[in-house]
Design a protein around this ligand. Structure first.
Ligand code: NAD
Length: 466
């Protein structure tokens, strides 16, 4: 879909007009490109003082693995962790050097006074972050801390990160990654995702990495040899998910309703995937998925993407619109998961990923049915995550909650509301289907065993439900 305003402010006259009038100035976001290195610029790394060096050691190992160009502040003792990992870090001399990534290990911060170290690290380089740069803080999960001072300090980091996301503009994203003690080895997939261009439209998010079965992967094809099913794969976000999963090495079973057969066939053949036409609300949908998966030895992942809107204010909403949206967006997912788990269609270490929406977090005018269904998806993820933890097969479930994504669904929104939705976020633009797809590929990776029960918004840090 064209974004005429976005195109206009990219021109030199457009830039001047927007600046003078104080209008939003969306920049072209960096996105995945197979020819480019994972991290497209220098990384400044720092750490808060303290005895626990386990997070820094993992961060250093990952930066070494991705061949990052690493800088440190001269007094910072993270240098030891880096040199142990074989990284020759350069010194940040405080000159004009710009950084693509600012990465701070805050795991040792254990009281309010020590938050000053976060201020000191970021304050001096706040104007030296490149366009589409990344701000990342790694901390400790506050709910797991019994010391009140430590818990409040770690929780405080959320306010810092979310404010940075709103301040830095120019496509810079900011995230907080809480890592459970003992789960430091599970940081790989998450740090690779957030330091790279794959996370272009994800900002202001809090991610929890826990101890869970991690599977080693070949990072050039992390989904190689896996069979993954995507519902609603004939167009929009579902099509993008199918394409990204296939790009990362998966065989994708593309599912959609029979009316979408032609488009579905086209997508599947372009990615050498297979086709399954079935309505996910039909009584035998679970059985049909099981049969399609059986030929390939079961499913490594299911992506519950299919969804519909039937907007009306509550007073005007007929029963049919309510039932349809709840059945497709929520009821069918619960039924399918139950069937696939009860019948061992999902393999060990399987990844279930659901598509929710920021409407399910914030609520939305005219969307009582849709917001109810999408909030229910979050409830389903919360409850299932606990169940999967107990069944000890290494499976995980997570959700993405897209904001304004440029698809046929958002094209149907009236112009004024559509333009507001597009601009009311820290990126001042709508996201692309590929942004949701990249986030799903991160959750679907065998290397993401430490991610269970997360709900990550792909919304450019939308003001809705912020
Ligand atoms: P879309 O309408 O372009 O595509 C949805 C797909 O789901 C279609 O191919 C449709 O045929 C399929 N589908 C619908 N009912 C089905 C059923 N009963 N069985 C099988 N397939 C069915 O929508 P989209 O914008 O690509 O949205 C994809 C998902 O993302 C949805 O769950 C939607 O709620 C969610 N989402 C989208 C946005 C956005 O801005 N586009 C924002 C938040 C959430």
């Amino acid at each position: 879909m064209s974004d005429r305003y976005g195109d206009f402010v990219q021109s030199s006259i457009g830039k001047k007009v927007a600046k003078n009038l104080g209008l939003p100035m969306p920049v072209e976001l960096d996105r995945f490109d197979s020819g480019q290195p994972l991290v497209r610029g220098s990384v400044l790394v720092g750490r808060a003082n303290g005895d626990d060096k386990s997070v820094s050691a993992s961060v250093a190992r990952i930066l070494s693995d991705v061949h990052a160009d690493v800088y440190v502040n001269s007094s910072d003792d993270i240098k030891d962790a880096l040199s142990d990992a074989g990284v020759e870090a350069k010194s940040n001399t405080g000159g004009d050097d710009k950084f693509k990534v600012l990465l701070f290990d805050a795991s040792n911060i254990s009281n309010a006074d020590q938050l000053k170290e976060v201020y000191e690290f970021f304050h001096t380089v706040a104007r030296r972050v490149e366009q589409s740069g990344r701000v990342i803080i790694v901390g400790r999960t506050p709910e797991n801390l019994t010391d009140i001072e430590a818990a409040l300090a770690q929780r405080a980091l959320e306010g810092f990160v979310k404010s940075v996301g709103k301040e830095f503009k120019r496509g810079v994203t900011a995230q907080l990654i809480y890592v459970e003690e003992g789960a430091e080895q599970n940081l790989d997939s998450t740090l690779r995702f957030f330091t790279s261009a794959r996370s272009a439209y994800v900002s202001g998010q809090v991610i929890r990495v826990s101890t869970g079965d991690n599977v080693d992967v070949d990072w050039t094809q992390p989904l190689g040899g896996k069979t993954m099913l995507v519902t609603g794969a004939s167009r929009g976000i579902g099509e993008a998910i199918a394409r990204v999963l296939a790009r990362e090495g998966a065989h994708v079973i593309c599912l959609d309703v029979p009316q979408q057969q032609a488009d579905l066939q086209k997508v599947a053949s372009e990615i050498s995937g297979s086709v399954l036409t079935v309505d996910i609300t039909s009584a035998d949908a679970g059985k049909e998925i099981a049969e399609a998966a059986q030929n390939r030895g079961g499913l490594d992942s299911i992506i519950h993407n299919a969804g519909v809107t039937r907007d009306k204010t509550l007073a005007k909403m007929d029963e049919k619109k309510w039932d349809m949206v709840i059945n497709i967006n929520l009821g069918s997912i619960a039924k399918l998961n139950r069937y696939l788990l009860d019948n061992d269609v999902l393999k060990d270490n399987a990844r279930i990923v659901c598509v929710s929406s920021i409407s399910g977090i914030a609520g939305n005018m005219g969307q009582t049915n849709y917001a109810t269904s999408k909030a229910g998806v979050i409830g389903l993820v919360d409850a299932t995550a606990k169940q999967l933890e107990d069944n000890a097969k290494g499976m995980t479930i997570n959700a993405v909650a897209p904001g304004f994504i440029e698809t046929q669904m958002t094209e149907a929104i009236p112009f004024a509301i559509r333009e507001a939705g597009r601009r009311m976020n820290s990126m001042s633009q709508g996201g692309l289907p590929v942004d949701v797809a990249e986030t799903i590929a991160w959750f679907a990776s065998p290397a993401s065993g430490g991610l269970n029960g997360n709900v990550v918004r792909v919304c450019g840090q939308s003001l809705l439900g912020a």
